[in-house]
Design a protein around this ligand. Structure first.
Ligand SMILES: Cc1cc2nc3c(=O)[nH]c(=O)nc-3n(C[C@H](O)[C@H](O)[C@H](O)COP(=O)(O)O)c2cc1C
Length: 215
């Protein structure tokens, strides 16, 4: 016959061994609790939560997360489905420093990782008005990266201000390939302030340009 004390000890042992089991699981398989518990945002939250992040913790983003983010870029629409954009993931601290210098943006020196988005213009198209779409293709892919990263709880920041020639030398990018943008990617160490946006009436018109819309 089990006494209440026996049952209490059984419960204590059960919890003790259960905790050890989970610690071992996390240790052996390198599970991240945050990952196990993470719940992806819905689309509106992803859009609303995205901010430009310029300060990060030192941790490197895990490969399986990076792969999901690049997969989001891979699925982006492109001119005639040409899929011209290419992605360079940079973790090397010396290279990151050189890229920061090329951008003349000191804060980039301290980011844990970068993704550089580039494209050869002949891997996109031009419309009948002569408008070249290679920057558009790469920008859509870049924004898929940014939104997918937000969905994973990561921070990013579009960076367009840099010396392209210097970056091409640092990353051995072929001459005909253009660097469109780059972004740090990592676990943000702060909550950036929300930047003010114009009201809808100033940016969206009804039927003709300039005609105020009412929703
Ligand atoms: C095409 C493009 C280029 C940008 N280039 C830079 C840059 O070189 N450096 C930087 O710190 N932020 C850059 N930004 C980030 C913008 O400053 C930022 O998106 C804007 O201030 C709005 O803030 P939010 O992204 O937090 O909403 C760039 C953004 C875009 C879309």
């Amino acid at each position: 016959m089990k006494t209440p004390t026996d049952i209490r000890w059984a419960v204590i042992y059960f919890h003790f061994f259960l905790s050890i089991f989970f610690y071992l699981l996390i240790y052996i398989f390198k599970f991240k609790l945050t990952e196990l518990l993470s719940i992806y945002m819905d689309f509106t939250d992803v859009i609303k939560n995205r901010r430009s992040h310029r300060k990060f913790k030192e941790d490197i983003v895990e490969d399986e997360i990076l792969e999901r983010i690049i997969e989001a870029a891979r699925l982006a629409p492109t001119w005639s489905n040409k899929q011209g954009a290419r992605y360079i993931i940079v973790k090397n601290k010396t290279i990151i420093k050189e890229i920061a210098d090329a951008g003349n943006q000191k804060w980039i020196e301290n980011v844990p990782m970068l993704i550089v988005v580039c494209i050869a213009p002949n891997r996109s198209g031009k419309n009948v008005n002569g408008l070249e779409y290679f920057t558009v293709d790469a920008a859509i892919c870049m924004e898929h990266i940014v939104l997918a990263a937000t969905n994973e709880g990561l921070g990013t920041c579009w960076v367009g201000l840099f010396n392209e020639d210097k970056i091409k030398v640092v990353l051995s990018i072929p001459e005909k390939v253009r660097v469109i943008a780059l972004t740090p990617i990592g676990y943000s160490s702060y909550t950036p302030r929300e930047q003010i946006r114009k009201p809808i009436e100033q940016i969206c018109f009804s039927e003709t340009y300039g005609t105020i819309i009412k929703f």
